[in-house]
Ligand binder design. Structure first.
Ligand SMILES: Nc1ncnc2c1ncn2[C@@H]1O[C@H](COP(=O)(O)OP(=O)(O)OP(=O)(O)O)[C@@H](O)[C@H]1O
Length: 262
């Protein structure tokens, strides 16, 4: 559904951030994009969401397609209308507005009927957002604000949801909760691109993953295979992986994950 081909991106004259990235996000799949600081993860999401220009970046080669439609030259609003919606790093919810108002803002370009349906879905996924509807969004906990940011994106009923580091700064329990919700969103038929430094969380949630290394895809494959790969262990040893999302059911991955965190 979403295809990135031979993508080259620069910032200004001197910074080449992506050097020929290829990836595909299957229909209703979850693709994790892993990589350390500066690998190009945010640049990739900015390019897909059309916000690259706001950061003075340009695509110098390659393309991004949603189905047959080329989207890398479109503005962010057109890309949202086509069904690709991002949740930026740091959430960026409207803290002075109520939870309900934040959700309403996410559904602004859809019909009243679609909004009712989307709100029902969001409230089922995140009951806390229904309970706290009238509360100021800034009063929510960090995890609840992340839920609101995801909920707001879901209000436009996207085909593809782009998540930039949803686990950032959250307690392990909340990370687990968010992971479950991402799985549920996927099960409901929305594709997800999950950018994460928390590789353990991302590989637990996603079916496929790519590892970016200085602007290139260093590794790609099924998440469970990548989890067992020595290269992944090598790339992330001493990195940001944590063991806290490992569950008893994790089975064969448990061994790898516990080594990884060490
Ligand atoms: N607005 C910008 N102007 C100039 N260079 C930038 C800009 N944004 C990112 N870069 C550079 O592009 C490269 C890729 O950065 P990017 O933010 O995409 O990486 P990342 O994998 O998301 O890292 P992080 O996890 O730290 O956000 C880095 O060398 C970074 O310094």
């Amino acid at each position: 559904m979403l295809n990135v081909r031979d993508l080259h991106v620069r910032y200004g004259r001197s910074v080449a951030a992506l050097h020929g990235v290829d990836l595909a996000v299957p229909d209703d799949g979850v693709l994790a994009v892993l990589g350390s600081n500066g690998a190009g993860k945010s640049t990739l999401l900015r390019t897909i969401s059309g916000t690259l220009k706001l950061h003075r970046g340009v695509v110098t080669r390659g393309e991004v397609r949603l189905g047959e439609t080329r989207i890398d030259k479109l503005d962010p609003a057109s890309i949202v209308r086509l069904g690709v919606v991002g949740v930026p790093e740091g959430r960026q919810i409207f803290t002075r507005m109520s939870v309900d108002e934040n959700l309403r803002a996410g559904g602004i370009s859809t019909s009243a009927e679609q909004r009712v349906k989307a709100r029902k879905r969001v409230h089922e996924l995140f009951p806390v957002l229904a309970e706290r509807g009238r509360q100021r969004a800034g009063l929510l906990s960090g995890g609840e604000q992340q839920m609101l940011a995801i909920g707001r994106a879901l209000m436009s009923a996207p085909q593809v949801l782009l998540l930039d580091e949803p686990s950032l700064g959250l307690a392990p329990k909340v990370v687990e909760q968010i992971s479950g919700i991402i799985r549920e969103i996927h099960a409901q038929g929305t594709s997800v691109v999950l950018v994460e430094q928390n590789a353990v969380m991302a590989l637990n949630v996603a079916d496929h993953a790519v590892v970016l290394e200085v602007g290139r895809v260093a590794l790609a494959g099924k998440s469970d295979e990548l989890s067992r790969s020595e290269d992944v262990q090598r790339l992330y040893l001493g990195g940001h992986a944590e063991t806290h999302t490992v569950t008893e059911e994790a089975g064969p991955r448990k061994h790898f994950l516990s080594r990884w965190g060490g």
